[in-house]
Design a protein around this ligand. Structure first.
Ligand code: SF4
Length: 485
C-alpha cells in the first residue's frame, strides 16, 4: 500500500485516523477549499523567490511525476517545483521546491502558508527527506518556508521579503526513526479496524481531527472534556467516562470553573451581583455598542498591511444616548472590491462614535487590537482611534467572570453561547451568515472578484443583518446584566 506524506502525519497522530482514511471512505470529511486555495496560491508565489526552475506537471500520484523529476535531476535543473519520488516500498511525496546545491547535493524547501513552522511541518519534512534519501538523492539541508509576519507591503509585493526560510535540518526525525514509524503504520494498515480510543490531547493534536464527528458521537454536549484541561480530562475520562454525573464531587471542586460543573449538575444559574455591578458602575452615557468584521489575507493585499493582518471591512454601531432612550444604528460596509476598506471605515467610525461615553464591545482584545493596528498604519487617525480604545468596556468580562452563567452555555462565555442562554428569542440560526468566519470568507470572495453581482447583493444584505445582530445582542445582554444587578 502506498503511504503519502499526509498519511504519515495522520498515522503518527492516531492509528484510528490512518485506518479510517484508507478503509472508511464513508467517513471522509469535505476538504476546506478556502484553505487549499490559499496554500496553492502561497506555494506558487514562493516559487518566484527561486526563479528559473523546472515544474513537474504530472500529479504526485502519477508515475509520470517520478519520470519528470528523475529527468530534471539528471539535467541538473537549478530548482525543481513539485519534485516527486517514491521508494520501492511505496512511500511517496512531492517536495514544493528542490534546490540544487551544484555539488551533488540538494535542499528540500517546503512551503507553508503559516507565519512560523508548526509541529507537524517537521514531520512532513522528515518524511520528505526519508523518501528522497531512500531514492538516492543526497539531501543537505531542509527548510520550511513560511510567510514573514514582519513584512509590510508598500507598493508591489517584495517576494524576497515576503517569505522567511527556516533551516529545520537539525530538528527532523532521522531516517531510522521514520523507517520505524512507517513500519508501524503499515502494521496498523495490515490489521483489522481498531477499537476507537479517544483522547482530548490526541484528537486535538496538531489540528482538530476530522473524524471527531464519528469517534466522539456518543460524548455528551457538555462532558469531562469541556470541564477539565487536556491531560487531566483524559485521566478523568479513563477513570469515570465522559458523563460529568459520574465523577466524584471532590474531583471538580478545586477546578477553576467548579461553579460551571455544579450549575450543570444541579441545573441552576450562577448570579454574582458584585461582578455585575463592577461592570455597570463603569458605564458612561451615551453608550456605543461596537462590532467589527474583518478579513485576514495570507498575502497582504494593501499597502501598510502584513501577512494575516486582520483588515476591518465593516462595523456596526448601536447608540443609546440616555438610559431607556431610542436606539440609533450606524454602520460602514465596504463595497468596492480590491480596495483597502480601512480608510473609509475609520472616517465613518470617527464621524459617528462621538468623543464621550462608553464604547461597549464583546471581547475587547479584538476591537482594541484592530484600533491599535489602524492607528499604527494610518497615523493621521491615531489620536481618534486610541481615544476610542480608552473608552472601551468589555461586556464579555461579567460573563467570563461568572457574574452570570447558565448550564446551557457549556462552559463558554462567547456571545454565541450567552445570547441564546439569556435572550432566547434572538438567534443566529436562521441568518444568511452565522459567524465571523463565514462573514470573512464571503467578503474575501467579493474582494477577489469571485462572486456574481447577485451573490454580492445577497452577501451585503446578510452582512448588514449579521453585524447588526452582534451589536443588538450586546444591547440585549447589557439589559440582562442590568436587570440582574
Ligand atoms: S477523532 Fe480522535 S480517535 Fe478518532 S480518528 Fe481522530 S484522533 Fe483518532
Amino acid at each position: 500500500m502506498n503511504i503519502s506524506k499526509s498519511d504519515y502525519v495522520l498515522g503518527l497522530k492516531c492509528p484510528n485516523a490512518i485506518w479510517f482514511k484508507k478503509f472508511r471512505k464513508d467517513l471522509q470529511q469535505e476538504l476546506n477549499t478556502a484553505i487549499l486555495e490559499r496554500s496553492t496560491a502561497v506555494g506558487e508565489l514562493a516559487c518566484e523567490k527561486y526563479p528559473g526552475g523546472v515544474r513537474i506537471t504530472a500529479k504526485p500520484w502519477e508515475s509520470a511525476a517520478i519520470t519528470q523529476t528523475r529527468q530534471a535531476i539528471a539535467n541538473n535543473a537549478p530548482f525543481i517545483y513539485e519534485a516527486t519520488l517514491a521508494t520501492d516500498t511505496g512511500e511517496y511525496c512531492a517536495v514544493d521546491i528542490l534546490q540544487n546545491n551544484n555539488d551533488g547535493t540538494w535542499n528540500i524547501i517546503e512551503v507553508k502558508s503559516t507565519t512560523h513552522p508548526h509541529d507537524y511541518h517537521y514531520l512532513d519534512a522528515s518524511f520528505q527527506r526519508y523518501v528522497f534519501a531512500k531514492c538516492g538523492v543526497q539531501i543537505r539541508n531542509c527548510y520550511i518556508l513560511t510567510l514573514n509576519p514582519e513584512y509590510v507591503r508598500h507598493g508591489e509585493l517584495d517576494i524576497q521579503a515576503l517569505f522567511s526560510a527556516h533551516d529545520v535540518t537539525a530538528d527532523l526525525q532521522d531516517i531510522d526513526t521514520v523507517t520505524t514509524e512507517v513500519a508501524r503504520i503499515r502494521e496498523i494498515l495490515n490489521g483489522p479496524e481498531l477499537g476507537i480510543a479517544i483522547s482530548k490531547t490526541k484528537c486535538n493534536k496538531f489540528y482538530e481531527c476530522g473524524y471527531k464527528c464519528h469517534c466522539w458521537r456518543d460524548i455528551p454536549p457538555y462532558s469531562v472534556f469541556d470541564a477539565f484541561r487536556g491531560a487531566l480530562a483524559d485521566e478523568v475520562y479513563a477513570k469515570y467516562g465522559a458523563d460529568l454525573h459520574n465523577i466524584p464531587d471532590d474531583l471538580y471542586t478545586s477546578q477553576m470553573h467548579a461553579g460551571d460543573i455544579e450549575a450543570f449538575l444541579n441545573n441552576t444559574e450562577i448570579v454574582n451581583p458584585d461582578i455585575l455591578h463592577d461592570f455597570t458602575d463603569r458605564l458612561q452615557w451615551p453608550l456605543y455598542f461596537l462590532d467589527y468584521e474583518s478579513i485576514m489575507p495570507a498575502v497582504p493585499m494593501f499597502d501598510n498591511s502584513r501577512p494575516y493582518q486582520q483588515i476591518c471591512f465593516q462595523f456596526s454601531l448601536h447608540v443609546q444616548r440616555v438610559p431607556g432612550g431610542e436606539l440609533e444604528h450606524y454602520e460602514y460596509l465596504h463595497n468596492v472590491a480590491s480596495t483597502d476598506p480601512r480608510p473609509g471605515l475609520i472616517k465613518r467610525l470617527i464621524e459617528t462614535i462621538g468623543y464621550t461615553g462608553s464604547v461597549i464591545v464583546y471581547n475587547q482584545g479584538f476591537e482594541q487590537g484592530r484600533n491599535t493596528e489602524m492607528a499604527r498604519d494610518f497615523p493621521e487617525y491615531a489620536d481618534n482611534l486610541l481615544a476610542i480604545n480608552d473608552r472601551m468596556l468589555d461586556l464579555l468580562m461579567p460573563f467570563r467572570g461568572r457574574g452570570l452563567y447558565r448550564p446551557c452555555q457549556r462552559g463558554s462565555a462567547s456571545i454565541k453561547q450567552t445570547l441564546p442562554a439569556f435572550v432566547p428569542d434572538m438567534s443566529y440560526a436562521n441568518m444568511g451568515i452565522h459567524n465571523g468566519t463565514e462573514a470573512s470568507e464571503q467578503f474575501m470572495d467579493f474582494m477577489t472578484g469571485r462572486q456574481t453581482a447577485e451573490q454580492t447583493a445577497t452577501m451585503m444584505q446578510n452582512l448588514h443583518d449579521y453585524c447588526g445582530q452582534d451589536t443588538m445582542a450586546m444591547v440585549k445582554l447589557l439589559d440582562v446584566v442590568q436587570n440582574k444587578c
